[in-house]
Design a binder for this molecule. Structure first.
Ligand SMILES: *Cc1c(COP(=O)(O)O)cnc(C)c1O
Length: 395
């Protein structure tokens, strides 16, 4: 059996998204900046896609800028807000310790340029609460940037409350909503969001395309200079097929959000219940405010990489942390941020589900994972030390 449960890394494209892209390769291939009819047809498709994306977020189409993905949108949002802050002498930013690297590395760059960043602690419930943001605000705070939901452990942050605090304080609020958009309700106006990032390939759209929402009146800084595309804020001929595929996938995801979330949540909860029975294991992430598709565990006494390889051999495609972290020897910064010690953080497993997963697949995972964990523990010197009392169990 082949089971794909790595949907937080990327998703399979939906037929809707594929079909929406096809006309723009062979038939409507004009450049939207061209004045002739084929160009204007492409332009119409571009603006229709923009309207669709805006509608799904409760935004105005003029507030949507297409980018090459979530990472670019994160970079542009944060650098723009930082620049606006510096103009007023405000160079303090609030974020969290478990952001995606697209946010963290951008913040590190700003720290080198003289900005100071407060990283909120995420040990309580593996989440942040709005009061922490309020307490961290300073006279010189120019930006609060947090994710909507965490890609590794699934915690959903109290975005609406944080947004209200930022609005009241007159501080810009950027949200990396890459894991949330298309999966849970996101409304930029109700949530008081000023800047928001999303990515097509996390909701069954194509890779290499995303969008930045910037509330009207917020001046963006260009990352890419050139032509006047995207209201002069993101140069380069628009990737029309990808943009149309992403918009179709998002429209589809939003139209079926409730039923998809209900289905995926039921599968998730069965997995969590079953895997919790493995001794010396722990669920990572907020148990209540949690993405419908996220299952994340630590198993004491094993290496996550060995677990992944053995599961891959059994046809199960999972992850140990974020795709960016795997391949390096350091445990995930997210697991360390929620307070998992190195040894425990190394034994992690993330199963991220989509509506394409089935009950049968969950049964198969629940049969295989406990067996593989037991097998690996049987070979582990660390596990032997735990059993003989030479080492103390942590979980
Ligand atoms: C995947 C992801 C990104 C990066 O998006 P890309 O389109 O792959 O650049 C950023 N933030 C989060 C939370 C993500 O899950």
């Amino acid at each position: 059996m082949q089971v794909y449960v790595d949907n937080a890394a990327t998703t399979k494209m939906s037929q809707t998204a594929i079909q929406a892209m096809l006309p723009y390769f062979e038939e409507i291939y004009g450049n939207p900046s061209s004045l002739h009819t084929p160009g204007q047809k492409a332009k119409e498709a571009l603006e229709a896609a923009r309207a669709d994306v805006a509608a799904c977020l409760g935004a105005d189409p003029r507030e949507i800028y297409f980018t090459s993905g979530g990472s670019e949108a994160d970079n542009q949002a944060i650098l723009s807000a930082a620049k606006l802050g510096a103009r007023k002498g405000k160079k303090h930013i609030i974020s969290t310790a478990f952001e995606h690297h697209a946010v963290l590395h951008t913040l590190e760059k700003l720290e080198k340029e003289g900005y100071s960043v407060t990283y909120l602690d995420v040990t309580h419930n593996h989440n942040v609460d709005a009061q922490q943001v309020k307490d961290a605000l300073r006279e010189d705070t120019c930006l609060v940037t947090t994710m909507y939901a965490n890609n590794e452990i699934g915690s959903i942050l109290p975005i609406r409350e944080i947004g209200a605090i930022c609005r009241e304080a007159g501080v810009l609020f950027h949200v990396d909503a890459v894991q949330a958009v298309g999966h849970i309700p996101v409304h930029v106006k109700d949530d008081n969001i000023d800047l928001l990032s999303l990515s097509g390939h996390k909701f069954h759209g194509p890779k290499g395309v995303g969008a930045l929402y910037a509330r009207r009146g917020i001046l963006l800084t260009n990352l890419i200079e050139g032509g006047a595309q995207e209201r002069g804020k993101r140069a380069g001929t628009e990737n029309i097929p990808a943009i149309c595929g992403m918009a179709a996938a998002l429209k589809d995801a939003c139209a079926h959000m409730e039923e998809n979330a209900a289905k995926v949540t039921a599968l998730r909860d069965r997995l969590i219940e079953g895997l919790s029975k493995i001794p010396h294991s722990a669920l990572n992430g907020d148990p209540v405010h949690r993405l419908p598709g996220n299952v994340s565990f630590c198993f004491e006494g094993i290496e996550g990489e060995s677990l992944l390889l053995m599961l891959d051999f059994k046809g199960i495609s999972a992850s140990s942390g974020s795709a960016c972290t795997s391949g390096s020897l350091d445990p995930s910064h997210v697991l360390l941020a929620i307070g998992r010690v190195h040894d425990v953080a190394h034994g992690s497993l993330r199963l991220s589900l989509s509506e394409y997963n089935t009950q049968e697949e969950i049964d198969y995972i629940l049969e295989q994972v406990p067996q593989v964990v037991e097998y690996l523990r049987g070979m582990s010197p660390v596990w032997r030390d735990l059993q003989t009392g030479k080492r103390q169990y942590i979980l």
